[in-house]
Ligand binder design. Structure first.
Ligand code: FES
Length: 123
């Protein structure tokens, strides 16, 4: 069996929503101390709906694929729904990650949570 699913490879090679939102309503940055990877999420929110989301990931392929998939999963969704996005759901949407790469999807969950917290704090 291939180590990485087609979906992981696709999101790694063609990541969706890469970039920066200059006037973001919420920004969150997290890192993993062990591998040194960093992920930053930018959210644009109108009437508690996530209208746009962009990310920058300085990290491994699984982290890039996870952030790409996670942005797709929360775009157009209400804030409350995005709050509930788990790394498990992200990994499942990617048709799975190797066990030792699950922490990469945790970064995506945490970066989104951090950006949403930032948005709530600013409100
Ligand atoms: Fe660090 Fe994947 S190895 S996020």
């Amino acid at each position: 069996m291939a180590l990485y699913s087609e979906k992981v490879m696709d999101h790694f090679r063609n990541p969706r929503n890469v970039g920066v939102i200059e006037d973001a309503d919420g920004v969150g940055q997290v890192g993993n101390a062990k591998c040194g990877d960093i992920m930053k999420m930018y959210l644009k929110i109108e009437d508690d709906i996530i209208t746009d989301v962009k990310f920058e990931t300085f990290g491994c392929g699984s982290a890039i694929a996870s952030s790409s998939m996670a942005t797709e999963m929360i775009k157009g969704k209400p804030v409350e729904e995005a709050m509930k996005l788990t790394n498990k759901a992200v990994a499942e949407a990617l048709d799975g990650l190797p066990a030792y790469k699950m922490h990469c999807s945790v970064l995506a969950e945490e970066a989104i949570q951090a950006a949403l917290e930032d948005y709530k704090a600013k409100k």
